[in-house]
Design a protein around this ligand. Sequence first.
Ligand code: ADP
Ligand code: MG
Length: 144
Amino acid sequence: MQIETNSPEETFQLGKKLGLEAKPGSVYTLVGDLGVGKTVFTQGMAAGLGITEPVNSPTFTIVQVYDEGRLPFFHFDVYRIGDIEEMEEIGYEEYFYSDGVTMIEWANLIEEILPETYCEIRIEKDPQKGFDYRLITMEEVHRA
Ligand code: ADP
Ligand code: MG
């Protein structure tokens, strides 16, 4: 599924819609360049789950846990990860294979440990279509 947005608010609303629909145990991945809108999308998702506290990219921790919503929400940003062992150290499996909802920014950096099934969200700019234009592609991935 592909959707075009033309403002941060529209991207937020799309994330929010997903958050309203999200089922326990689901994993979402976000792929796209720096500043493309991954965190904006995640903030929408959190709002859809009923989380009211501010959500930002975890800077010094790889994962941030939000417990106040309809389901536990685990927000990973693995941009600064050195190697997969760091994921093992945090015990990522406890999050991925839980009854919560997991969102992973920069998931392409940890592809080898992603679950068998997840929803990949790709966000891309197109300079010809304006500064605030984003093409958002959502796809269910089943790993072999
Ligand atoms: P990332 O997490 O991918 O590095 P952020 O979500 O932190 O990116 O930042 C995205 C930036 O792009 C924000 O400053 C936001 O206001 C801006 N922006 C402009 N247009 C859009 C859009 N259509 N969707 C999302 N963000 C947008
Ligand atoms: Mg971010």
